[in-house]
Design a protein around this ligand. Structure first.
Ligand code: NAD
Ligand code: LMR
Length: 334
């Protein structure tokens, strides 16, 4: 059987996440053994020498599924015919910063890249934004990627979901695979709401297995909200391997039908579900049929959850309003 071919553009490919991600993409972990991979690696000019070294290492792995690698600093070349655009390239925060402090530094990248994807990528291209603040950067990219359906534009919150699963498993003393259905609502930021009320452990409500609701409402939520900052403070660098792992997992979540009764989290352009303004890049619980995704509807929220969702929504609205100037074509570089 002839294998399908997937062209993946990765920006910031010479950076930390890039180094943890490329080898997993090239090995077939994201798209499976029946897909041949063409990689297109986009970097800034000054990082091209380092990128060359990474590409030598890719060659030295002799991955049977990896068919070609482009190295470029030209977005138009980088996104040509892409099936997936993984937008990692951007500046990470430093200790003491919140992710949205990066908006002025990183936001402009997503204008240029949104336009280049729109002009060069396949019209079916899927865009996953990882560079922070990822929800609002995805919102900017969406505004400029006018040829790409808005349903194909995502920001990553699976890392938060994975972190939450690990913390719940540890508290409950169970294997992490027993924890399911953690909805991350809202922004990939310190206001995100990891919704333990929806989560299950061994098929039972997490709140039944972990009856310490005070811990769930305080320590658990704060641990997830601040996990990125805690890793940054411990490593002196932001998370990279776990972020790359979440990129692979997100791709698999989108391209694989979701198991009956389960869901996964990712930020998508709101369709108005749960009272969120249409078009806001909001993390929701989703299900995929392998081609298309839909927001899981009908989940009940108590007053605690409603308050948390309102807080993360308010932060996203404020981020959106602070980038309005970016979205005005008159103010934008071409
Ligand atoms: P890094 O500094 O190690 O690498 C970033 C790379 O991007 C660098 O090689 C840099 O040259 C490149 N770059 C900068 N501007 C570019 C542009 N315009 N085009 C192409 N490449 C460009 O950083 P990292 O640790 O790999 O993190 C990258 C981003 O991912 C950061 O913004 C970080 O905050 C974010 N991040 C997000 C998540 C998440 O869950 N959404 C998790 C971890 C990190
Ligand atoms: C993370 O959650 O680890 C990333 O968003 C990096 C950061 O700045 O926290």
């Amino acid at each position: 059987m002839e294998k399908k071919k997937i062209k993946i553009t990765v920006t910031g490919a010479a950076g930390n996440i890039g180094y943890a991600l490329l080898f997993r993409l090239a090995s077939g972990e994201a798209f499976g053994p029946d897909a041949e991979i063409d990689l297109s690696l986009l970097e800034i000019e000054s990082a091209l020498p380092a990128l060359k070294g990474v590409v030598m290492e890719l060659e030295d792995c002799a991955f049977p599924l990896l068919k070609s690698v482009v190295q470029t600093s030209d977005p138009n070349e980088g996104f040509k015919d892409a099936d997936w655009a993984l937008l990692v390239g951007s500046i990470p925060r430093k200790a003491g910063m919140e992710r949205n402090d990066l908006l002025k530094v990183n936001g402009g990248i997503f204008i240029t890249q949104g336009k280049a994807i729109s002009n060069q990528a396949k019209p079916t291209c899927k865009i996953l934004v990882i560079g922070n603040p990822c929800n609002t950067n995805a919102y900017i990219a969406k505004a400029f990627a006018s040829n790409i359906p808005e349903k194909n534009i995502f920001a990553m919150t699976l890392l938060d979901q994975n972190r939450a699963a690990a913390q719940l498993a540890e508290k409950a003393g169970v294997d992490v695979s027993e924890v399911e259905n953690i909805a991350i609502w809202g922004n990939h930021s310190a206001t995100q709401y990891p919704d333990f009320y929806q989560a299950t452990i061994n098929g039972k409500p997490a709140t039944e297995i972990i009856p310490d609701e005070k811990w769930l409402q305080t320590t658990f939520i704060e641990t997830i909200q601040k996990r990125g900052a805690d890793i940054l403070s411990a490593r002196g660098l932001s998370s990279a391997a776990s972020a790359a792992n979440a990129v692979v997992g997100t791709i698999r979540n989108v391209i694989t039908p979701t198991k009956e009764g389960e869901f996964f989290s990712m930020a998508v352009s709101s369709d108005g579900s749960y009272g969120i303004e249409k078009g806001i890049m909001f993390s929701y619980p989703l299900r995929s049929d392998g081609q298309d995704w839909n927001v899981v509807t009908g989940l009940e929220h108590n007053s605690f959850s409603k308050e948390k969702i309102a807080a993360t929504y308010a932060e996203l609205l404020s981020e959106m309003s602070s980038v309005k100037e970016f979205l005005d074509p008159k103010q934008c570089p071409t």
